[in-house]
Ligand binder design. Sequence first.
Ligand SMILES: NC(=O)c1ccc[n+]([C@@H]2O[C@H](COP(=O)([O-])OP(=O)(O)OC[C@H]3O[C@@H](n4cnc5c(N)ncnc54)[C@H](O)[C@@H]3O)[C@@H](O)[C@H]2O)c1
Length: 351
Amino acid sequence: MMRIASRIHDYSVHFEEGLDFLARLDGFFVVDANVLRLHGLSALGALDRDRLLPFTAEENAKALANVEEVWDRLLARGVRRNGTLVSIGGGIVQDVTGFAAATLYRGIRWVYVPTTLLAQADSCIGAKTSLNYGGYKNLIGTFYPPHEVHICPAFLSTLSEADFCSGLGEVIKLHLMGGAELTARLTAEMERVRRREPRAVLEAIRRSLEVKIGYFEGDEFDSGRRNLLNFGHCFGHALEASSEFAIPHGQAVLIGILFANRIAVKRGLLAEQTARALEEDLLIASLVVRPTARHLDTARILDAFRRDKKRTGPGLPLVMMAERHAMLQVDDLDAEQVALATGELAARLCA
Ligand SMILES: NC(=O)c1ccc[n+]([C@@H]2O[C@H](COP(=O)([O-])OP(=O)(O)OC[C@H]3O[C@@H](n4cnc5c(N)ncnc54)[C@H](O)[C@@H]3O)[C@@H](O)[C@H]2O)c1
């Protein structure tokens, strides 16, 4: 069990071997419809229909209308301030139900059971909930952690290869941010993780969460050190947009790390040799979706980079890793540097 300190409320993360723990959970359940179908969830079979809302997890479901549906169902059941919402699913279910739990009565008890690798190894902690709005992703949100998180890698057996590898991108990012030793360990265990061996996956998840805690505890509201968790995301978001989301999030993050490493080499922060070794042993080896030349078209990337809603100054922001895995953020990236590194990436990845 892990305990996480939060300015909102402290919470606990429990590691579960099988699905028996579900029988001990009580409250109103929102469950990813695919998870319900694939795992049967017999422990939930006895639930009255008015205690269970199957949820279709699509990106456009992260909308206020779906939050309203959760509020309505909770209110119809007479849920009061001391009621509990249990949600089972990936990041989409997490974002919608977390927002609903944070806002009903200004916060009801919320138990979250993540079912994707991304949610288990990354998003389930850190307290962010986000909705899409006005054509922008994650524009509206709250900080509100679950009261309890239950991680059970058994859910991952049914995850599509694309979704598993997307989660793997965040796992790799967090290991890189955790230092050389953790990175070497993940590299050595990567084959077992890719085969989804439960012990190897569980250990990779546990290590990822420990690293993430180290970056947000004490900076829960995104003001300084926590921003470093955007490693790979500055370019990654631009690539997701320029590929019209053909490149899954975590895979775009891996390419974003390749990009950041190239800039770090050009600025003399990272040795060429270190960048090349990481590229070959871990980063390119974990890419299952390759970008096309159109996805890496400089004009499209720059346009998406400039429209990043988190940008506040004239220069472009970038989180980089320096030698000895030291993390830093700059805000002075210019179009010429972006174009040069994007061109190099296109030559390396789109051949
Ligand atoms: N709040 C945060 O801190 C945070 C952090 C990162 C990402 N996110 C958000 O998370 C979302 C992505 O979430 P995700 O990648 O976890 O997946 P997801 O919720 O988008 O689900 C992806 C697909 O996997 C299916 N699925 C879920 N669990 C499954 C299982 N065990 N077996 C088979 N299929 C399963 C879903 O039905 C869906 O079709 C994005 O909207 C992103 O913005 C939120």
